[in-house]
Design a protein around this ligand. Structure first.
Ligand SMILES: NC(=O)C1=CN([C@@H]2O[C@H](COP(=O)(O)OP(=O)(O)OC[C@H]3O[C@@H](n4cnc5c(N)ncnc54)[C@H](O)[C@@H]3O)[C@@H](O)[C@H]2O)C=CC1
Ligand SMILES: O=C([O-])CC(=O)C(=O)O
Length: 341
């Protein structure tokens, strides 16, 4: 199992690389960045776990060495926000970085699972897809926008609100939509954990709104607290590792692994049609990409667990309606960036 991290020297890249080095599921770890990766890989190779680490820079053979034969490529390369910026403000800078990385992935590892962390995720995922389409190698089952941090935050925030009566590590709140502000729609009203739903139902409407708002704008909380030095890195490394580990487990044949991700709806992936039908029936804005729980398998995304859409309450439906109209613009921006429209 070869995993490549592109942007490995950054605030997310370094702790993510550490978590991957600690994982018994990883055999080879290749670290690509413009700076520092030889030193980081030398450092990590002193850890007595199995994975062999190699560092690559942006020289002649950097991408080729880092990406060739990779099973997973995790991309946290790019610029993070400063206070006062939206994720969309990163579009111009990060769009160019991501499209260049995607070109190299299409060339050196067209069959790898690509996990996109770089913001704005609502647009960068479409950029990667369009570049892969241009090269005739796009496989929607293998492209993942990383939205796991929204689920992780939802678990933490409702647990904190319950004063730890709900144990965060026992929760699995689903979040649908996209990954920025109002495109993030946490679903607290429906969950297999009945104590969670009971607690949520016991909140008054102001408390519920505050909780939902905190999930939607959780990124801003960290950006403000870091005072201009960056955005979430450690919670993101944890979240990126969680998705990567689940994809690897599914490749290794473990069954019934369900994880949320921002994925393309246009493939022949089971459940795509039902999601589109749901959106049409409700009269919501159509989208080509959405974050939903998906079942993972050796081929990547096996199916979309769309049933959640039939179980959300009317407030969550309204939030989803707003989310999809914004999402559609974010996605078009990414598509047009590559198509040159
Ligand atoms: N999806 C999500 O939930 C989250 C996404 N993010 C996003 O992740 C990205 C990275 O954040 P941080 O690690 O905090 O930033 P950072 O600035 O600490 O690290 C970014 C790294 O990317 C590298 N880089 C820049 N251009 C590159 C290129 N062309 N090729 C290879 N590497 C390149 C830089 O040298 C740097 O080491 C940002 O866009 C941020 O908004 C951050 C948190 C959560
Ligand atoms: O807020 C940001 O810019 C980084 C991010 O995506 C998050 O923390 O969710």
């Amino acid at each position: 199992m070869k995993v490549a991290v592109v942007g490995a020297a950054g605030g997310i890249g370094q702790p993510l690389s550490l978590l991957l080095k600690l994982s018994p599921l990883v055999d080879e770890l290749s670290l690509y960045d413009l700076f520092h990766t030889p030193g980081i890989s030398a450092d990590l190779n002193h850890i007595d776990t199995g994975a062999k680490v190699a560092g690559y820079l942006a020289d002649e053979n950097g991408f080729e060495g880092a990406l060739s034969n990779a099973d997973l490529v995790i991309i946290p390369a790019g610029v993070p926000r400063k206070p006062g910026m939206t994720r969309d403000d990163l579009f111009n800078l990060n769009g160019g970085i991501i499209s260049n990385i995607a070109e190299n992935c299409a060339r050196y590892c067209p069959n790898a699972n690509i996990l996109v962390i770089s913001n704005p995720v609502n647009s960068t995922v479409a950029i990667v897809a369009e570049v892969f389409k241009k090269h005739g190698v796009f496989n929607p089952r293998r492209l993942f926008g990383v939205t796991t941090l929204d689920l992780v935050r939802s678990n933490s925030f409702i647990s904190q609100l319950s004063k730890d009566k709900l144990k965060s590590n026992e929760l699995n709140v689903q979040v649908i939509g996209g990954h920025s502000g109002e495109t993030i729609v946490p679903i607290f009203s429906h969950n297999s954990n009945k104590s969670l739903v009971e607690f949520y139902n016991s909140l008054n409407s102001e408390q519920r709104d505050t909780l939902i708002h905190r999930v939607q704008f959780g990124g801003d909380e960290v950006v403000a607290a870091k005072k201009g030095t960056g955005s979430a890195t450690l919670s993101m490394a944890y979240s990126g590792f969680r998705l990567a580990e689940n994809i690897i487990k599914a490749i290794n044949g473990e069954e019934n692994i369900i994880e949320s991700s921002f994925i393309n709806l246009n493939g022949d992936i089971q459940g795509s049609r039902e999601v589109k039908n749901y959106i049409n029936t409700k009269g919501f804005t159509e989208v080509e990409y959405i974050s939903l729980p998906v079942k993972l398998g050796p081929r990547g995304v096996e199916s979309i667990e769309y049933d959640i859409l039939n179980n959300i309450n009317s407030n969550e439906e309204e939030l989803l309606s707003v989310a999809l109209s914004q999402l559609s613009n974010n996605i078009s921006k990414g598509v047009n960036f590559v198509r040159g429209a």
